[in-house]
Write a new protein. Structure first.
Length: 367
């Protein structure tokens, strides 16, 4: 039996590669005769470059750039010919520091990394979005590329945007002359409002409930000073507004999952398999919004292959699960408890996989 193992990261516990290895380890305890093809996935957020590097012929360049609070951090650029791949989470990721001060966090480091890519000769730049700690609408990114304002500080987080009335984007546009940009997004959110970046993602960045309308108001001013109509388009709220900044520069928007799936030829691999296993930390209905499990299940469905999910937690019922294209989903927490799930995430996931293999696997060990 040939099985494709294509999970996302288990946020806060396992990278996508570690999750795939744990699933394979447990599965082969029960079904050592099965062939497992490990295809760890990403949707534009953390792990985006590592997954791409496994499927593309690239050269890795490492640069020091400022993180969300100005401290130096190292971030990679993958060059494939004249195409550069960047990952926003490597520059301003939530995981880089325990500090949570999104009102002053800036995306400037991503602008610096884009500039480095141009200096390397890139004429096509793909920026993976997701897992970021900023909420500045991408203003810092634009400032790093040369954009200016007479009425506000673009590189001071969303707080610096209060009262903004003017923005000169021309220097940033000039810096990108002859370069095409792609925003590889993991969500469809807009920049502001009830379903905007601040309301949707602000709390996980550290924004208190009573600060959400204030910070969203600053981003509304930012949108009015740049392109209010653009701010209502899907994907502008990705990575807390970095998607908006990139689209101001003329970037096209694509699914981060699709970028990865094409790079590793996921469709062809699944077409030659008998079963597909995906997964993530929390499998819920938001998984449909551009997330890895939904994308993997969609590719499996097109190939008429069954797809199951292994997750830290499963927060949807069977009807919702099947609406996402998943035949069955299994939870580490439900089977082994929270203490084991978080205390030994790889071992717990392997144990879950070993048990699921009794139902879905091919040649089993003798019990």
């Amino acid at each position: 039996m040939r099985i494709v193992v294509a999970p996302d990261k288990f946020a806060g516990t396992l990278s996508a590669g570690e999750a795939a290895s744990a699933i394979a380890t447990g599965w082969q305890r029960t079904c050592p005769g099965d062939e497992l093809l490990l295809r760890p996935m990403a949707d534009g957020g953390p792990g985006f470059l590592d997954v791409l590097a496994s499927g593309l012929d690239v050269t890795r360049h490492t640069h020091s750039v400022p993180n969300q609070y100005g401290a130096p951090t190292e971030a990679d650029i993958l060059m494939a010919g004249s195409t550069a791949y960047l990952e926003s989470a490597q520059v301003v990721g939530l995981h880089l520091t325990d500090r949570r001060d999104p009102e002053v966090a800036t995306s400037a480091g991503i602008g610096h990394l884009i500039s480095h890519a141009i200096d390397l000769g890139a004429t096509h730049i793909v920026v993976g979005l997701g897992g970021t700690a900023t909420n500045d609408g991408g203003a810092g990114l634009l400032a790093a590329l040369g954009a200016t304002s007479k009425s506000a500080a673009l590189n001071a987080g969303p707080a610096g945007l209060a009262g903004i009335t003017d923005v000169d984007l021309q220097p940033a546009l000039d810096r990108l002359a002859g370069v095409t940009v792609v925003a590889a997004t993991d969500v469809d959110s807009v920049l502001t409002g009830l379903f905007g970046a601040t309301k949707t993602f602000g709390p996980q960045k550290g924004l208190a409930e009573d600060r959400l309308p204030i910070v969203d108001g600053w981003l509304q001013e930012w949108a009015a000073a740049t392109d209010k109509k653009l701010a209502t388009k899907p994907g502008t709220g990705a990575a807390d507004g970095i998607g908006f900044a990139l689209q101001l520069l003329g970037a096209t928007r694509v699914s981060g999952f699709d970028v990865v799936a094409e790079a590793i030829d996921l469709a062809q691999t699944i077409a030659a398999a008998d079963l597909v296993i995906t997964g993530e930390g929390a499998f819920d209905f938001s998984s449909r919004a551009g997330k890895v499990p939904y994308g993997v299940a969609h590719v499996a469905a097109e190939a008429l292959r069954p797809c199951i999910a292994l997750a830290g937690q499963v927060l949807v019922g069977s009807r919702e699960m099947r609406a996402l294209g998943i035949e069955s989903a299994y939870s580490v927490v439900d089977l082994l408890g929270e203490e084991r799930a978080f205390g030994d995430p790889a071992g717990a996931l392997a144990d879950l996989s070993a048990r699921v293999a009794r139902t879905w696997g091919g040649r089993r060990t003798q019990e």
